[in-house]
Design a protein around this ligand. Structure first.
Ligand code: AMP
Length: 192
């Protein structure tokens, strides 16, 4: 049985940093994938697929469903860790529905929780514009990414809340505090 945790949050919420630290601290049993990092890795390879992905990422748009689902499937299936953390997914209602379908077809994967790292828009903006990680870290693209993040959020929250799977974590605190709470939640969930 593979235990799946999804971590969502605005650009700049810290979701990738948090998940990465938790996986590092528990490397015997936890694997972590950032959807954004996986997509950026494909862009770096310089393949035709990478060029297609770049045309969306550079504008803060969502990469098409099929590409994202293939990326997620490969991440889940290509490792033997007991717990898998994926951040940056799902980011749309259609991704959420495609995941439901995938889970139905793979009963050995159990979705344990969807963790939302909550930060204000001001915090997200300050962090993203301060870090300049890539071509998509400028103000205009940030505004678009924020809009793309917020638009489906109520429906995504409602769906997972109704299944008892939504866990909100306050992302405005120090990394240590956030990681501590998230790690405890994940490890206890898998134990029970
Ligand atoms: P992130 O690193 O999570 O902020 O993601 C950076 C960019 O990668 C996003 O602005 C999207 O263009 C793309 N991306 C990341 N996750 C997804 C996803 N689940 N679906 C579609 N596109 C994504």
């Amino acid at each position: 049985m593979k235990h799946l945790f999804l971590i969502i949050g605005a650009p700049g919420s810290g979701k990738t940093t948090d998940a990465e630290l938790i996986a590092k601290r528990n490397s015997d049993k936890i694997a972590h994938y950032s959807t954004g990092d996986l997509l950026r890795a494909e862009i770096k390879k310089g393949t035709p697929l990478g060029a297609t992905i770049a045309s969306y990422v550079d504008n803060g748009q969502l990469v098409p469903l099929e590409i994202v689902m293939d990326t997620i499937k490969n991440a889940i299936l290509n490792n033997d860790k007991e717990i898998i953390l994926i951040d940056g997914f799902p980011r749309s209602v259609e991704q959420m529905e495609a995941l439901e379908e995938m889970l139905k077809q793979n009963p050995d994967i159990k979705l344990e929780a969807v963790i939302e790292v909550v930060v204000s828009e001001e915090t997200a903006r300050e962090r993203v514009l301060g870090r300049q990680r890539g071509a998509d870290d400028n103000e205009e693209v940030f505004n678009n990414r924020m809009k793309v993040f917020l638009e489906p959020l109520p429906q995504i929250e409602k769906f997972y809340e109704s299944k008892g799977l939504l866990k909100k974590i306050d992302g405005e605190r120090s990394i240590e505090e956030i990681v501590e709470e998230m790690e405890k939640f994940i490890l206890e969930k898998v134990k029970s």
